[in-house]
Ligand binder design. Structure first.
Ligand code: ZN
Ligand code: ZN
Length: 218
């Protein structure tokens, strides 16, 4: 994988559930990848304007409503492709049901492709974002790995939180699968890997390996 050291990464807490939406920007090529535009379109667009970057790709760690809430508006404004893992397509089809559960309006549907397959690499400018399929929170949950200058940043969605893991009691959730995904795909990363979680504070793989009570081997 190409390693560049000029990727700007910032995360914004968006929407009523505080989803962490991340903007990855190649400031030289003036290109961005947006992960999980769950809401607050104006805030996301304000940051894109401030960075002076155009959106090349919109990707989703999964398709719970708090992570896809303003995908269609951002897609329309930017003309960028928007991608999910095909395993979450059924969740996108029941957006009205998800909206009723959360008590929000039903978002306008985006035009989503199912390109997020395990091993796929999302490219924009000089950036390369590797897709890890990590089912459990939802069947199509993915994490994204950015490598730059020897450092790793993982965008974990609702698979891994600081001191916790994602819930598995919603549509298609699987408690065994999420633990398999985390142990096999995430804890195999270097300790110093920085983790942007789907909600709440950042963490590192090393901290979660040492302290996360949900990940103790029995
Ligand atoms: Zn979720
Ligand atoms: Zn979430």
């Amino acid at each position: 994988m190409l390693e560049i050291d000029s990727v700007h990464v910032e995360s914004l807490s968006v929407g009523p559930l505080g989803c962490n939406c991340s903007i990855l920007a190649d400031l030289e090529a003036r290109r961005a990848i947006v992960i999980d535009p769950g809401g607050d379109l104006a805030l996301i667009q304000e940051r894109l304007r401030a960075l002076d970057v155009a959106v090349s790709a919109i990707v989703h760690t999964h398709t719970h409503i708090d992570h896809v809430g303003c995908t269609s508006e951002l897609q329309r404004a930017s003309g960028a492709g928007a991608s999910i893992h095909e395993g979450d397509r059924f969740l996108y089809d029941i957006l009205p049901l998800q909206a009723a559960l959360v008590g929000t309006d039903v978002p306008v549907k985006a035009d989503l492709d199912g390109d997020l397959r395990d091993g796929h690499v999302v490219r924009a400018g000089g950036m390369e974002l590797a897709v890890l399929h990590t089912p459990g929170h939802t069947p199509g949950s993915c994490c994204f790995l950015l490598r730059e200058g020897g450092a790793h940043t993982l965008f974990a969605g609702d698979t891994l939180f600081r001191g916790s893991i994602g819930r598995t009691d919603l549509w298609g959730g699987d408690p065994d699968a999420i633990l398999r995904s985390i142990h096999a795909r995430l804890l195999s990363l270097p300790d110093e890997t920085s983790v942007v979680t789907g909600h709440g504070p950042r963490t590192t793989i090393g901290d979660e390996r040492a302290h996360n009570p949900f990940l103790r081997r029995r």
